[in-house]
Design a protein around this ligand. Structure first.
Ligand SMILES: CC(C)(COP(=O)(O)OP(=O)(O)OC[C@H]1O[C@@H](n2cnc3c(N)ncnc32)[C@H](O)[C@@H]1OP(=O)(O)O)[C@@H](O)C(=O)NCCC(=O)NCCS
Length: 160
C-alpha cells in the first residue's frame, strides 16, 4: 500500500536536502529578492512514501511572514506538491504568520498554474531581478522551462 507521510525535516535529512538543492536548483543556494539562502539554514518539510523521501519544501519565517523558498516533487501529479503546500500553510498559521509567500521565475508557468490553482495570488513582477540573483548565484541558467529566458521574479502570496 502507498502511504504518503509528511514530516518536518531534521539534521539527519541535511545530506539529502543539499543533494536535492544541487540536483534541482544547481547549487546549495536559493536566491530570492536579492538574498541568498543556504539549504542548511532553511526549515524543511519532507514528503515520504514508504520511508523514501519523494518531496521537499523549504521555508523560512521572518517578521510574521513565511516564505516558501523551494518546492520539489520527485513524483509529480500524485498529490505530493499539494500535501507539502498544505503543511506549509499549517506551519505558517500555527506560527502566527500573516502572510505566506513565494517567488518563482517568469519561465515557470507550470508552477504558476499550480500556485494559482491553490488560491495564491500574483502580487508582483520583479523585472530583471534574476540579474541580481545571478551575481549571488552564477549557476542560474539563462533559459528555463520550454527554453524561455529566465529574467523576472514572480511573487505569489496567500494572506493568512
Ligand atoms: C510544482 C510541483 C511542486 C507540483 O508538485 P506535484 O507533486 O506534481 O503536485 P500535485 O501532484 O499535488 O499536483 C499537481 C497536479 O496534479 C494533479 N493530481 C494530483 N494527484 C493526481 C492523480 N492521482 N492523478 C491525476 N492528477 C493528479 C493535481 O490536481 C494538480 O493539478 P491542478 O494544479 O490542476 O490541481 C512539481 O511539478 C515540481 O516539483 N516542479 C519542479 C520544481 C518547481 O518548479 N517548483 C516550484 C518552484 S517555485
Amino acid at each position: 500500500m502507498i502511504t504518503l507521510k509528511i514530516r518536518n525535516g531534521n539534521n539527519k535529512d541535511q545530506v539529502w536536502i543539499r543533494k536535492i538543492f544541487r540536483e534541482y536548483w544547481g547549487s546549495e543556494v536559493i536566491v530570492t529578492r536579492g538574498k541568498a539562502h543556504q539549504a542548511d539554514q532553511l526549515q524543511a518539510v519532507i514528503a515520504e512514501i514508504n520511508g523514501k523521501p519523494v518531496g521537499l519544501l523549504t521555508y523560512r519565517i521572518e517578521n510574521r511572514e513565511c516564505e516558501i523558498t523551494s518546492l520539489n516533487s520527485l513524483w509529480e501529479k500524485h498529490g505530493i506538491g499539494t500535501a507539502l503546500m498544505k503543511a506549509a500553510y499549517h506551519i505558517a498559521v500555527t506560527a502566527g504568520c500573516k502572510r505566506l509567500w513565494l517567488i518563482t521565475t517568469n519561465d515557470n508557468t507550470p508552477a504558476m498554474e499550480f500556485y494559482e490553482h491553490r488560491g495564491y495570488k500574483k502580487t508582483a513582477v520583479h523585472k530583471n531581478a534574476i540579474e541580481i540573483s545571478r551575481k549571488l548565484k552564477p549557476e542560474i541558467p539563462k533559459f528555463g522551462v520550454n527554453r524561455v529566458p529566465i529574467k523576472d521574479e514572480i511573487e505569489y502570496e496567500m494572506v493568512l
